[in-house]
Design a protein around this ligand. Sequence first.
Ligand code: AHR
Length: 537
Amino acid sequence: MTTRRRFLKSAGIGLGAFAALRPLRAADAEVEVNPAQPGVQINPHIYGHFIEHLGGVIYDGIWVGRNAKIANVDGIRKQFVDDMKRIATPNLRWPGGCFADGYHWRDGIGAPGKRPRTYNYWENRMPKGLHAVESNQFGIHEFMRLCRLVGAEPYVAANVGSGTPQEFHDWVSYCNAPAGTISLADERAANGDKAPFNVKYWGVGNESWGCGGNMTGGEYATEYRKYISQFPAYLQPFWVATGPRGHSADGDVGWTEGFFAGLQNVRGLGVRVDGFALHYYTDFRQTAEDGAKFDEKGWYAVLHKGIHIEKVMNDHWSIMGKYDPQHRTKFVIDEWGNWYRGGTELGPEYILSQTMTLRDALHTAMTFDIFNRHAEKIEMANVAQTINCLHSLFAAAGDKYARTPAYYVFEMYRPHMGGQSVPLKISLPEMTVPILEGTAKIPGLSGSASLRDKNLTVTLTNPSLKESVSTRIRLSGGARLREGRATVLTHDDMRATNSFERPDEVKLAALSVEAAGDSATLTIPKQAVVAVSLQLA
Ligand code: AHR
């Protein structure tokens, strides 16, 4: 049972009835926003993506092949391209993940028929009798084609764990050297791309504390220095250093201390770290928690653990501030999402895929609200992973395809991209909720706000499985409202999902909002995410 007190209840609301709510008499929650005092810009890259050569992510999920019967653009699944455009995908991180530190980029260029079949890191996770043979049909040219189709900026994770600085630098030159200059640029042109790819974001390895080399923070600092010192400078790069395993019991603060300490007192040209790759999985692998079948405790446990990312960010940010008081280094949260124990895969070879439900959509929204509220700390974030994997927006197998409930949150939050973050104050008591072991407190309502020109976007999540929240959004600072609109994502069943058979089970609906003077009022259904768009006069 939740302990939140209700002043007003709207009973018996079905999905189709949101527009017919009775006028509100009083509000349970007050949300105060001051659009006259906007903060920093929310980097659009916060709404970024991650795709890896893992299970069914690249092959089948994205790459169906040029001769496939499935609608495709040069071998890339067309529906995927269309949907990624629809959410204004800002970037794509590739080729891994753990795959990246075993990947040799030359295997993925040249005539497709002549590319080698190679070992894939994920072989050890494949069920008996199935193999993760890397066909190398999707290499840097295909990746760049995908980025261009979608309108996304490439973010390439380079091989530090089993590669060399030279291999890394050659890849950078192959991507970025101007046409007709060095031989690697000629080779790129011969392979179909005369114009440079101009890749700015480079990951210097991935999870170097684990599959990327089993290093300590100090050891990695030494490698990092080597990998960046002779970096080919065709354009100003944005270097992303491996950050902590934020979902560790202690938040992995030792990694951050060790890495930044290892960069101190270095003579010479100075060492720049543009981005620091924090990973945070809402990790239930060691529990019985299932992606599809769960109860009230599981619902709240996932939301509770999900919002712990805020503390993890704050802890690492303060360590980074000791070494970098100006905070030149920003977070690149290049892997985040829910990770259940397994058992709901799309099929045996689709390793790490899992069912996504309404619960994951609320988790997504609460995570984005945290990111928006900490916009000054974050350059980029990448959901892990976009299709056929852990916290996915899409599921695809052959000609079957569905958007998951999480996809719709990306659609709802799109207006935040590039907006100026606006502080908001929510007055509603915390809820005491059951989790897997005991109880915990979570916010009764969480949210974020941003401003673009005269359009104020307020996103709010009501995590309660029991009660709706009548809400009044009040503008301080003298602003007045011209009009308001809202969309809602919810379902009567907390476990609702979009399957291949019922792909539209969870989808967006319009929600009634009354906007006048300095206030907008609406009722947020239980277990729901709401995006309110307010036009200022
Ligand atoms: O996203 C799945 C895996 O999780 C990635 O390959 C790795 O970086 C992380 O441990």
